[in-house]
Design a protein around this ligand. Structure first.
Ligand SMILES: [Zn+2]
Ligand SMILES: [Zn+2]
Length: 313
């Protein structure tokens, strides 16, 4: 099956904008617009989307030769188009997306890029566009190399990645409730609301791209609980609508921790450990500083963590 990724994006752009307009109208009608949308937040999301699109275009140019090399020299199978080939590509990429997304929450290097998507305290369709231009540096593209290995050419890899991300646009909304049996198979708005929440019960859950079966298989699924409404954002709030701050704050904190940690093990953990390591490390450093500074400092209580830390959803 042949894809044209550029055409797909062009065709979807008016659909995305129409959906955002519908969602804003729906919230205005139900008097929730001011709570669910804000101009600074939406404009920040839009700026991040443009920055991300630019970086992505450059990144595809750089990584297509890598996919092509693997496809030409190492591919294990040759597919001849048709629905079977499409289904294999779709399922394989969705599983790899699950792996990528789980790594993005459990390894600080990847979290430094992915945190951008989670640092808004609102959740609406415009949040879907809130992405990091640093994904190519973090190495998101490397997660798709197995697709070339199992016999898919670069243009199909890029297209299926875009199809997966396009689907995910529709799950970023509070306008739609639970969707019955669909919740067993697909990622839905209810499932993804949990993923964006910082409540303890929702942390590190629901990594699905299109199919939620991976979360159910690998033990990371949690349903939305009406008694525990999702609170959106990260544990240490960003408190900024500056897209550059949103993009680079965690990279800065990670670099600083790696440079200042006295032991090699801690330097490595600062970059490759789970994001909550940073929280514990900052608390320990603050405690040590408190002991050094004596009782007057201790009396003031423990210092807050210095850097914004992943809330690990
Ligand atoms: Zn995530
Ligand atoms: Zn999301």
């Amino acid at each position: 099956m042949q894809f044209d990724a550029e055409l797909l994006l062009l065709a979807m752009a008016p659909v995305f904008l129409a959906c955002i307009a519908w969602e804003a109208w729906h919230f205005a009608r139900t008097r929730r617009l001011a709570r669910l949308y804000s101009w600074p937040d939406t404009l920040c999301n839009a700026a991040l989307a443009l920055m991300h699109q630019g970086a992505d275009k450059l990144a595809w140019l750089a990584v297509v030769p890598v996919y092509a090399y693997v496809y030409t020299h190492f591919r294990l199978f040759t597919w001849h188009g048709g629905w079977v080939s499409f289904l294999v590509l779709f399922v394989a990429q969705d599983l790899l997306y699950y792996v990528f997304h789980r790594c993005s929450h459990r390894i600080r290097w990847f979290w430094a890029a992915h945190v951008v998507h989670h640092s808004s305290e609102r959740l609406n369709l415009s949040t879907a566009f809130r992405q990091s231009l640093m994904y190519p540096i973090a190495g998101m593209w490397a997660f798709w190399i197995p697709l070339a290995l199992i016999g898919f050419p670069p243009n199909e890899i890029i297209a299926i990645v875009l199809v997966n991300l396009a689907f995910q646009f529709f799950v970023h909304t509070q306008a739609i409730g639970r969707l019955g049996w669909l919740e067993y198979v697909f990622n839905t708005p209810s499932i993804h609301r949990c993923h964006h929440a910082r409540n303890p019960r929702y942390i590190d859950r629901n990594y699905a791209g299109v199919l939620v079966i991976w979360d159910r298989l690998f033990g990371s699924y949690v349903p939305e609980d009406p008694e525990d409404a999702p609170q959106y954002g990260i544990v240490e709030p960003l408190r900024s609508h500056n897209p550059l701050t949103a993009t680079f704050h965690e990279w800065g904190a990670m670099l600083s921790d790696a440079l200042h940690a006295p032991r090699l093990g801690d330097k490595l953990r600062a970059v490759f450990g789970p994001p909550e390591w940073a929280s514990a490390y900052h608390a320990m450093r603050a405690e040590q500083a408190g002991e050094r500074d004596g009782p007057s400092r201790e009396a003031a209580g423990p210092a807050a963590p210095r850097a914004p830390v992943s809330r690990e959803t």
